[in-house]
Design a protein around this ligand. Sequence first.
Ligand SMILES: [Zn+2]
Length: 457
Amino acid sequence: MSFVTALCRYLVTKAKWACRWWTTWRPVRMSGFGFHRGGMGLKGRVVGVQLRYSFRLYPSAGQRSALAKAFGCARVVFNDALRVRESARVAGLPFVTSGELSKHLTALKKTPERAWLAEVSSVVLQQSLRDLDAAYRNFFDSLKGKRPRMGAPRFKSRKDNRHTIRFTANAGWRITGGGKLRLPKIGDVRVKWSRCLPSVPSTVSVVKDAAGRYFASFVVETSTDETLPEVTPVVGIDLGLTHFAVLSDGAKIDSPRFLRRAEKKLKKAQRDLSRKEKGSKNRNKARVRVARAHARVADARREFHHQLSTKIIRENQAVAVEDLAVRGLARTRMAKSVHDAGWSAFLAMLEYKAARHGRTFLRIGRFEPTSQVCSQCGVKDGPKPLHVRVWACGACGAVLDRDINAAVNVAKAAGLAVSACGARVRPGLVPAQREETGTHPKPQPETTGRQAGISAL
Ligand SMILES: [Zn+2]
C-alpha cells in the first residue's frame, strides 16, 4: 500500500494535468449493478466499479521495435489459432478447445519457422489466444441472440492501424520506483502519469493507435466509498441533434466550440489526404495527419462528455434518459451527426458515474412519446415535424419548448418528480434556430465545468 501512496505523491508533484487529452477513463465491466428500474428509491446501491485508466507511453526507439515485435507475434498467434479452428470447422471436426490451442502454440515455438515467438513474453501470446476465445464467445452469443449480431472472428492484418498486447499479473510487469512501466522483454517504458490509480492494477494493456501513439491501459477496481452527499434535484435528459443535450431544468447544452473547430481541421486533413497519390510517401504522412486529427476530435469529445456527465451526476440525485435507438438512427440520413454526438459513450459515462457515486440512473423505453405529450397536463398532442421547436398544447394552452418538454417527460416517465415549469416558454423569448448557427461568441456556462471537472471526482 505504501508503494501506491508513494506513487501517488510522485504523480501529484510531477504530472499535473499535462496530458488529460490523452487519458481515457471508461468502464470495462458493469456487472453486479442493481439498475433500479423500480422499487429501489433514489439512493442507488454502490458497488465497486472496474475502470480502465489510460496513460500515454513514450517508448524509446529500441522499445518501439520490441513492442512492434510483440504486436506482430500476438497477431501471428491469433491468426494461427484462428486458422486451426477454421480448418477444423471446414473439415467437419469438433471445435478446437483453448487447451488444445495452447499446446499447439507450445509446439509451434519449437519449430524453426516460429522460433522467434520465444523472443516475446509468453503471457502476451497466451492473452492473444484469450482474445480469440472472447471473439468466438461473443460471436456464438450473438448467434444465440444474447447480444447484437456480429461477424465471426477475422484474421488480423499487418496493416491494421491499432495494435494491442496484454500483460497479466503473472507476466511479471510492474511500475518501478522511478515511475516507469517495466514490461517483460521490452524494458522500462516512460509513462506520463496524469492521475492517481485508485488501487493496484493487475493487468496492463499496451496499445498503439492509428496516430502512432502508445498507451498503457490499466484495469483497476475502485473503492466503494465514493458516494457523494445526497442532493435533492433530479433531472431528465433529452439527447438530440440540435443540441447535444437538453435538461428538464431548462438547460440546453450545445456541443462545445473547440470540438467544432477540431472537426473543421479534420475535414481539411481529409481533403489533403484524398489529393495525395496512392502508395506515395506523402500519402502516408497525410494518413498519419488524418489519424492524429481523428484522435484529437475523439479526445476532445470524450473530455466534453466527462465534464458534462460529472457535472450532471454531481448536481442531481437521479438522472433519467431515453433509451436511444442509436443503431437505427445511425443508418439514416443523420448518421454522421449521430456518430459525432457519441451519445452512447456519454450515457455509459453517466451510468457508471451514477453507480460509482451512489446516484440513480434510469433509462426509459423508446416507445414513450416524449415529444408528443404535454408535460403540463399530460394530454397527447400528436406527432410534430422536426422543425416545430415550440408548440402550444391544444388542451391546456401551455406554450412548450419541444426539447425541454421532452426532457421533462423523460424524467416523469422514469418516475422522477420534476417541475414541469422548465418546459414553458414565455412568448417573445424563443431564440429559434439562430442560436444553433454558433455565430455569437457568448459564454456557455453549461459546458465550461473545467474547474469542477473530473479532477475532483
Ligand atoms: Zn397541456
